[in-house]
Design a protein around this ligand. Structure first.
Ligand code: HEM
Length: 407
């Protein structure tokens, strides 16, 4: 069974707030020490979900609909005395490259995404991740602070090191306008709910020798900053041809007119509605078939090329996206950074890696348009962190998902 925190059921949508926390295991900590900390941390978080804060017994707090999800990165399986080997789906060839020591550098061979020039360290490579989702910013922040308090108590008095320490935190939020920082609707086309479980859940075929992962999933995380300076100089038609949708209505593009301007699909939005997200426009949520080469080079066509193939087949390269936007103040002009915490769940990270590297898909392309960095959106996105984690299945009676790795 899948862990909580993946909002894939019919009609369900992710709550407003998100934090992804990376936990580093001390090199001296063995499987028993890590197991002890994970047992305590997950028990504390379950209590928090019930409104109980460890320091405030008998004085419950509103839990804000908190959910948590525990992920295991490739390094978790290198912890001394770990009982299971790293699953084949997390093998080195499925991992992101590190940023250059001087900053920047490609994310993957063949991808059009690179680390930002000032990023020299990728914190999404630590042993574990914990995803917190909740209705309020307080509920996710409190989960991080309570986790820190618990891990702090695990510090050795002599060495002052704990078996697990927080090594990175990224936060984000959902937008109630259902748009992204580039102004377009996002999350319009994201798999029919009936197909979601088949795309997300690891089955026998994907698990192979790692049969204990059946019923789990793989989380891929990319913290992507958006260069709004670059985006804002583009005209609305240029932006629409890069995305593949009408900016105001969200209608998918059918082609271009004689002057090369984008032509939205006829009949979208349906009479009486103004946006593709409104009821009645279901047929237009996924982009249709296009023949125009410029439309075919747009983001939505590159990210979902064979939309008629059965999504359950890994070759469809469909993934379940559950991203959260971010906004953070920075010292340099313009004083803030915006972007997307891209989070996707799929039965194998290979699906997403192939979307990012294959020609015709996003391979060699930063966001959309022609391959290479010199097009109009050639450097729109830059990577600030990137990682892949196994999200082990929930097992009856187990203290936490994946406990068999250490217990
Ligand atoms: C900051 C980065 C990104 C932004 C602002 C962005 C924005 C968008 C927008 C506006 C749409 C159209 C609305 C929709 O169908 O949901 C879309 C669709 C999509 N995007 Fe992205 N995206 C980003 C990164 C990515 C990445 C890195 C991937 C995959 C590796 C991706 C995969 C997809 C997919 C699969 C679709 C649905 C295509 C369809 O079926 O029509 N996006 N994105």
């Amino acid at each position: 069974m899948l862990q909580n925190g993946i909002y894939h059921g019919p009609g369900s949508s992710p709550p407003g707030h998100f934090a992804l926390v990376f936990l580093r295991a001390d090199p001296a900590a063995d499987a028993a020490a890590v197991d002890g900390q994970l047992r305590e941390a997950t028990a504390m978080l379950r209590a928090l979900i019930a409104g109980t804060v460890a320091d405030l017994p008998g004085h419950p707090v509103p839990s804000g609909n908190l959910a948590f999800l525990l992920g295991f990165g490739p390094k978790a399986f290198d912890i001394p005395d770990a009982k299971l080997p790293c699953p084949a789906a997390l093998a080195p060839r499925f991992r992101f490259r590190s940023p250059r020591p001087t900053g920047g550098g490609p994310l993957l061979v063949g991808a059009g995404l690179s680390y930002a020039a000032d990023v020299t360290r990728n914190d999404a490579t630590e042993e574990f991740c914990l995803q917190f989702t909740a209705d309020t910013s307080l509920a996710v922040s409190r989960a991080v602070v309570e986790l820190w308090k618990l891990l702090r108590r695990g510090r050795d008095t002599a060495t002052r090191t704990a078996p697990l320490e927080i090594a990175g935190i990224h936060t984000g939020f959902q937008r109630d306008d259902r748009r992204s920082w580039i102004g377009f609707h996002d999350g319009v086309s994201n798999l029919h709910s009936a197909d979601r479980e088949r795309v997300i859940g690891v089955g026998e075929g994907e698990a192979g020798l790692d049969s204990w992962t059946i019923g789990g999933t793989y989380l891929v995380f990319l913290r992507l900053a958006l260069d709004l300076e670059q985006w804002e100089v583009l005209s609305r038609p240029q932006q629409e041809l890069l995305v593949g949708r009408d900016k105001l209505t969200g209608a998918p593009l059918a082609g271009r007119d004689a002057e090369g301007r984008p032509l939205p699909a006829t009949g979208c939005p349906v009479t009486g509605t103004t946006e593709v997200t409104e009821p009645g426009n279901e047929a237009f949520r996924e982009h249709g078939v296009a023949t125009d080469p410029v439309v075919l080079a747009s983001h939505v066509h590159r990210a979902n090329l064979v939309h008629t193939t059965d999504p359950g087949q890994s070759g469809s390269l469909r993934v379940f996206r559950q991203g959260y936007e971010f906004f953070e103040p920075v010292a340099a002009a313009p004083g803030f950074r915006v972007g997307l915490n891209f989070v996707s769940f799929q039965d194998s990270p290979d699906r997403l890696l192939r979307v990012l590297t294959q020609a015709g898909w996003l391979g060699g392309v930063n966001f959309g348009g022609r391959p290479g960095p010199d097009g109009p959106a050639g450097r729109l996105l830059s990577v600030r962190a990137a990682g892949t984690y196994l999200v082990p299945p929930v097992q009856d009676g187990a203290p936490y998902p994946g406990a068999e790795v250490f217990g």
